[in-house]
Each structure stands twice: as C-alpha cells, then as structure tokens.
Design a protein around this ligand. Structure first.
Ligand SMILES: NC(=O)c1ccc[n+]([C@@H]2O[C@H](COP(=O)([O-])OP(=O)(O)OC[C@H]3O[C@@H](n4cnc5c(N)ncnc54)[C@H](OP(=O)(O)O)[C@@H]3O)[C@@H](O)[C@H]2O)c1
Length: 285
C-alpha cells in the first residue's frame, strides 16, 4: 500500500498512482486498470484526450474495490475551455466514467479560456459532481495568474517531473501555495538512458530493487505523487513495491544531481498556444 500526501482540501492522495496515457486500446486499458486496482493502486489518472474514460469506469466497477477508496482523476482539453463548453465537457466525463462523482478534475493545459473553464470546474465542485480541482502543465506564472481570480484553489499541478527534469522554477511556487506536485513521465517515459544512470543502478543494486523502483522511490521521498503507466502485469505489480526500502541522503543527492536544464518533452509555447486548442480528441470510446 502506498503512502499519501495530504491535499489542501484535506483529502489524502496516494503517492503512487496509475496513468493510462497511450492506452487507447480500451480492452488493454480496462484489463490494466483492473490489474492495478487488484494490486492495490488507489489513484487512477485518465483524461478526455486519452479516449479511454469508459474503459476506466468499467474497470473500476468490475474491480470490487469500494469506490470511495479510489481517487479518480480526469482532465479537460483546451478545446472545451469556454465556460459553457467546459460545463458540457464535465457532464461528458461524468457520463463516460459512470463512477459517481469525479474525485479530481484538471485543466490539461494552460492555454485558451482558462478562466471560463475554471469557473465551470468551481461550479461543479459547488454542485458536488467534482470533489477537487487542479491543473496540469501550468508554469509558476500561469498559476499565479489563476490564483489571482480563483475562488477555489487548485490542489495539484500535474507536470513533467523525473530525475532528468526536476522543475526547479516551479516547485517553490507549488510549496508556497500548498499545491501538490504530481509527476507525469515519472520514469522519463521509460527513457533507457535514465534507467541506465550509474547513480540509479548503484542504488538499485544496494537495495535489491530495479532502476524503475529506485526512481519511483525517489519521487516518494521527494514528496511527489507519481503516476507510472504500464500495460505489463509484472511492471504494474513491481511499481507499487517501493515502500519497503529507503534511499539514503547520499543516494537521493546522487539522483538529484542528474537534473538537466530542460524538460524531456518539448513543445514551444507559441505552438502550444496556436495548436493545442485546435487538437480535438478523436471520437470518444
Ligand atoms: N498531464 C499531461 O500532460 C500528461 C502527459 C503525459 C503523461 N501524463 C500522465 O502520466 C502518466 C505516465 O506517463 P507516461 O506513461 O508517458 O510515462 P512513464 O510512466 O514515465 O513511462 C511509461 C513507460 O515506462 C515503462 N514501464 C513502466 N513500468 C516499468 C517497469 N517496472 N519496468 C520497465 N519499464 C516500465 C512502460 O512500459 P510497459 O507498459 O511495457 O510497462 C512505458 O513504456 C500517463 O499515463 C498519464 O496518465 C500526463
């Protein structure tokens, strides 16, 4: 079972969750989420963009895990950011997931009519259909702007975060406002060079763990929430087995020293602003 961080709304969020990006094969997604829940994951991360919300909902209902033990996250995409469109998008998520209320809904990107979309999320919290709201891919500047008008503050910011990219400019702002740091690409998207880093290999050998488990343990000890994706049952199981060892300060420092000055995933801001709102997710499952 995983340790948790406490969100600013008081809810506990497991530090290791399960991401379902690139699981558009709905049968694979459903089987993987079911396997994850059976292994003990209690945080599932999907999005409208991933086109697998129905499969996630089916897996949750079939798992036998009490619904209130699961923190279910989804995200709305910028093409739905106008207030009225966001209201409709939220209704669509509720219908496709068919899991009662949604525990956490994020704005997927900081572009377009963020203010209109945030108002729609806040109203859904008032109405009880969403329990908490947050953001993804927001810079410190994006967050300060949102906090300037938000009636309900975001509880998390889900961003690219792993030993190669440690978000040096963002983490102080998250800490200042009590916003949890949730890591996408927690394994650097399975980067072979990251998994072969001597500091990680040495720690893995010292603790009898794999390189992936050492990276996930690093996230846990940094206080992050990580949502590794896997469709491999052995990986799904192993990725949760990171609570029976502890990295030393020297090992944490050695992994911390791997940080680079740029993220792994790169999209210029002008391209994000111009292209992303136009990227309509294809037909939903
Ligand atoms: N908000 C955003 O903009 C955003 C962007 C990207 C991702 N995300 C979220 O973050 C989640 C994770 O990101 P991600 O899937 O891109 O990258 P990731 O979790 O860092 O890496 C996934 C890769 O690692 C491999 N892997 C997982 N466990 C392994 C293990 N124990 N041993 C060896 N390889 C292992 C997976 O392969 P196998 O399947 O073969 O195990 C897959 O190729 C996504 O699913 C999504 O929920 C959010």
């Amino acid at each position: 079972m995983t340790t948790s961080v406490q969100l600013s709304n008081g809810r506990l969020m497991p530090q290791i969750g399960f991401g379902v990006y690139l699981m558009s094969d709905v049968a694979v997604c459903e089987a993987s989420v079911k396997a994850a829940l059976q292994e003990g994951y209690r945080l599932i991360d999907t999005a409208i963009l991933y086109r697998n919300e129905r499969a996630v909902g089916r897996a949750i209902r079939a798992s036998g895990v009490p619904r209130d033990e699961i923190l279910l996250t989804t995200k709305i995409w910028p093409n739905d950011y106008r207030y009225d469109k966001a209201r409709a998008a939220i209704a669509g998520c509720l219908e496709r997931l068919d899991a009662g209320s949604i525990d956490l809904m994020l704005l997927h990107q900081p572009v377009g009519d963020v203010r209109g979309a945030w108002k729609a999320l806040e109203e859904a919290v008032d109405e009880g259909t969403i329990r908490a709201i947050g953001v993804s891919n927001f810079t410190a500047e994006d967050l300060e702007k949102l906090l300037g008008y938000a009636r309900i503050a975001p509880v998390v910011n889900q961003v690219e975060l792993h030993p190669y990219w440690q978000q040096p400019d963002l983490l102080p702002t998250l800490e200042k406002h009590g916003i949890a740091a949730e890591a996408w690409y927690p394994l650097g998207h399975g980067s072979k060079s990251l998994l072969a880093e001597p500091a990680i290999i040495a720690a893995a050998a010292a603790h009898g763990k794999s390189a992936v488990q050492v990276i996930l343990r690093w996230h846990v000890q940094r206080g992050f929430v990580a949502i590794p994706k896997s469709t491999n049952p052995a990986h799904i199981k192993a990725n949760l087995e990171v609570f029976d060892f502890e990295l030393s300060d020297a090992e944490m420092d050695g992994i911390g020293a791997l940080g680079k000055s740029h993220p792994m995933f790169r999209m210029p801001r002008w391209a994000k602003a111009a292209v992303m709102p136009l990227m309509r997710p294809r037909a939903l499952d």
